[in-house]
Design a protein around this ligand. Sequence first.
Ligand code: NDP
Length: 333
Amino acid sequence: MASSIPSTMKGVIINKTGGTEVLEYKTDLPVPSPGEGQLLVHNDFVGVNYIDTYFRTGLYPAPHIPYTLGREAEGTVVKPGTGNQFGLKEGDRVLILNESTYAEYTAANAAKAIKIPSFIKPKVGVAAFLQGLTALTLIREAHKVAKGDWVLVHAAAGGTGLWLVALLKATGANIIGTASTKEKVELAREAGAQHMINYSHEDVKAKVMELTGEKGVVAVFDGVGKSTFDLSMDCLARKGSLVSFGNASGAVPPVTIARLSAKNARLMRPTLFGYIATREEFEHYVNELFGLIESEGIEVRVHETYPLSEVKRAHEDLEGRRTTGKLLLDPSK
Ligand code: NDP
């Protein structure tokens, strides 16, 4: 296999930050060489995540320019590097959490790569990986959700939102979700959200209070950010947790901590990587996620698999709120 690795590849880079016009599709990027603790992976499918748009716009600073976007992929190990390979070898089908996956090949950190079990079909692994792990760690660690808890999930028909709904359902929580269209409301309901609110025209706080007997929810999972922060605070129960984990509508402005005292509330701003920093933590949550996909029969929704050359359309659809579930890129096209 190693001998068939080309010297150049397709990929998407940014040379500056901005709108989707800064996404540059290239067909002559150098194929990277795997170094210490890395594996060279040929990517079959690449996950699109909202964080990719933050690096593109500059909300999160890119570590260097030019920079190849992307945070996860599914593919095959084509060449091991040196050092600890965590038991992975050439020919293994793997999922990787690594930067620079908007490309045909990625020199991936072996510590954040895992072999795909045979029961996980193509596309399903990468459609589950970053967003499923995020949802799982949020409900296990940011706020440990118990059976019967009332929780609120914003953007419940989105990629991470549908994972939160599926995993909260498996936990036995009472799920209230929000979404902006009738179709999204229906989709999240089908995924397991017992109560859905269309936050483009319904009074979310009034409905949450009515459903919870005026108590509020013990946790809000809020990846929308700026536009929902105040609403999320309003929907919390006494001693509740506001888990603010993203900025789809923009970054949340600085918060005065005294606001938390009204309800003895907890405010969290976690990232997935803070929960899977060690190999042990990573394997623990990946195995739990794979196990739940199998035992719960979780349906993974792929919105569309875009050719890599159409990456601009993928970002425009995601930022334009036109998607549900997971967006994938096919780096061969
Ligand atoms: P989604 O598929 O959820 O897409 C974003 C959704 O947010 C939209 O579909 C839309 O749903 C909703 N939304 C509300 N307001 C806006 C707005 N002004 N512009 C765009 N979208 C809006 O994306 P992801 O699942 O990839 O990410 C969801 C959130 O989770 C992001 O904030 C992301 O950064 C965060 N995240 C954080 C992680 C972490 O480690 N902390 C890891 C993974 C994701 P609707 O139309 O129903 O309102």
